[in-house]
Design a protein around this ligand. Structure first.
Ligand code: GTP
Ligand code: MG
Ligand code: ZN
Ligand code: ZN
Length: 501
């Protein structure tokens, strides 16, 4: 609980009460010393004032006795009274200490149990409690929790020593703290998280694999179809995110994608989050979805502006693979591709991307090579509308398998996982598959087309973008898993060995 001093009034017993006590005790002892000095003076005066010998002796005896009694009884009484004083103050301090500790604990447990934290949408740093801003004077309260400044409320004194603020601020989750304005403790970006439960999903992959197209298709379909079907309300995180959604809608309508830049200004973030709240009676508190779009360049050139802190706490990762970036697939099917599709092929080597991604993951999470990551990983083969890939990993391929051996191939998304792995294996990507299985204990393969056709040829017609996200969301969040149940994913996938005998 020890943190930087807050611009707030400390409770009496932890500040002024303690000083008052010290002064009282000091004063009492000083009075004893003063009395002793007075008796000493009496003796000195008697010596020089011409008292007779016997009178002087008498006065000496009386004053010495008085001094002794002050030293003995005065000290005992003063010590006793001081002791009572200390005990009473300590008792009050203890009661208050226990009081704020219990409420502090309740607050902390609530945040932890509900998995509430703030994932800065700008710098991606995680904080349990952001820096709250006093609505009256703008003072920064870096630790607005129950404590020595108050149990349920604290009084802001402001940061300027010459002016007193006096605003009373709530310090817990249950009396309005979430409604105060907040900023990121690391980069001071204004936050609007309102103590919601974040669901953070980065979308990773090389340049031009279709990350932005995937996010566009997912966001539009989730907000337009999935949310209304479940009676969830969507609210954009802030105006900037609403702007992003306008771009998403216009790209969706035209069937285009925007190239995601890595900003040249190194102070700007390399990844952009599209963030929105999902609200509904089942979500208490509301969920805050962050989908991170990262320029593919970041994975090929190692040129990101900031470390992607979200890997440390994200609840799921989408790894997109452009099938046409696999040499054998490209060689076999290139002549069936439209010129726009050839131009849009991902250029980087997939194993290189994965290695670079794993390095970054290791960097932020501190996971050792041997220790597998437990974060759910959805590996998605994109652009399956092109060159008849649907027949290899899409719906026709799944139906064919199902007809071939209905006993083993009895679950649609398990078959999709199976055909995707088989496809990658048959195209020289076995080491990639092994690497994924080794590093991610919870992984599932999917195939999708985000645009549904070659780009700029009309509105998006996505297929397969929602299932991987449902799988990730359900893994991330128990309440989601109970409410978003359009697809029931079996716990176990089909192993290639099992199926081939
Ligand atoms: N046929 C087809 N082409 C797609 C699809 N998705 C993406 N593409 C093509 O791939 C190109 C790149 O897609 P983006 O979504 O911009 O890829 P990205 O991964 O965001 O790329 P960077 O942001 O540059 O790293 C697009 O211009 C399209 O030509 C799809 O579903 N079908
Ligand atoms: Mg992009
Ligand atoms: Zn920040
Ligand atoms: Zn204030």
């Amino acid at each position: 609980m020890a943190t930087a001093a807050q611009p707030a009034q400390k409770s009496y017993f932890f500040d002024k009460g303690y000083k008052d006590l010290v002064n009282t005790i000091k004063g009492a002892w000083q009075r004893n010393i003063d009395s002793i000095n007075k008796y000493k003076d009496n003796i000195t005066n008697s010596r020089y004032s011409g008292d007779g010998k016997w009178v002087h002796i008498f006065k000496v005896i009386v004053n010495v006795l008085a001094m002794i009694s002050v030293i003995v009884f005065g000290s005992i009484i003063t010590a006793f009274v001081s002791f009572i004083n200390v005990v009473v103050l300590l008792a009050f301090m203890l009661v208050i200490y226990i009081g704020f500790s219990l409420i502090w604990l309740a607050d902390r447990l609530y945040l932890e149990r509900k998995r509430i934290f703030t994932a800065c949408h700008e710098c991606k740093e995680k904080s349990l409690i952001p820096t709250y801003i006093c609505p009256k004077c703008g003072a920064k309260h870096t630790n607005l929790t129950p404590g020595v400044y108050g149990i349920l409320h604290r009084t802001c004194i402001g940061e300027d020593p010459d002016s007193y603020c006096g605003e009373v601020l709530p310090t817990t989750f249950f009396n309005g703290r979430r409604n105060l304005e907040a900023i990121c403790p690391h980069c001071s970006t204004p936050l609007a998280d309102r103590e919601s439960v974040p669901i953070c999903i980065p979308v990773v992959g090389g340049r031009s694999v279709g990350k932005t197209a995937f996010i566009t298709a997912f966001s539009k379909d989730f907000i337009d179809q999935v949310a209304p079907a479940h009676s969830w309300d969507i609210e954009f995180y802030n105006d900037k995110k609403e702007e992003i959604y306008k771009e998403i809608e216009s790209d969706y309508l035209r069937g285009s994608t925007r190239m995601t830049d890595r900003p040249q200004d190194i102070n700007k973030a390399s990844s952009v989050s599209f963030s929105f709240f999902v609200k509904g009676p089942e979500f208490k508190p509301e969920r805050l979805v962050h989908v991170y779009d990262i320029a593919g360049e970041v994975f090929t050139d190692n040129t990101e502006n900031e470390i992607q802190k979200q890997y440390e706490y994200c609840q799921g990762i989408v790894l997109i693979i452009d099938p046409f970036a696999i040499p054998s697939v490209r060689n076999r099917l290139e002549d069936q591709l439209a010129p726009e599709d050839i131009a849009g092929i991902g250029k980087a080597d997939i194993n290189g991307i994965v290695d670079s991604f794993l390095n970054k993951l290791r960097e932020v999470t501190g996971l050792s090579d041997k220790k597998m990551s437990t974060v759910p990983l959805a590996v998605i083969i994109s652009k399956i509308d092109s060159a008849g890939l649907e027949n290899e990993v899409g719906d026709p391929a799944i139906k064919k398998k199902m007809a071939e051996n209905p006993e083993i191939f009895n679950d649609y998304y398990n078959i999709q996982d199976y055909v995707c792995r088989e496809f990658l294996k048959n195209n020289g990507m076995e080491s990639f598959l092994n690497n994924i299985d080794l590093k991610f204990s919870n992984n599932r393969f999917f195939a999708c087309t985000a645009i549904g056709h070659t780009r700029d040829k009309g509105q998006y017609a996505p297929e397969g973008v929602i299932p991987p996200m449902q799988w990730l969301f359900d893994n991330a969040d128990r309440t989601m898993a109970k409410t978003w149940t359009d697809i029931a994913f079996p716990k176990k996938t089909i192993k290639i060995k099992e199926a081939t005998g």
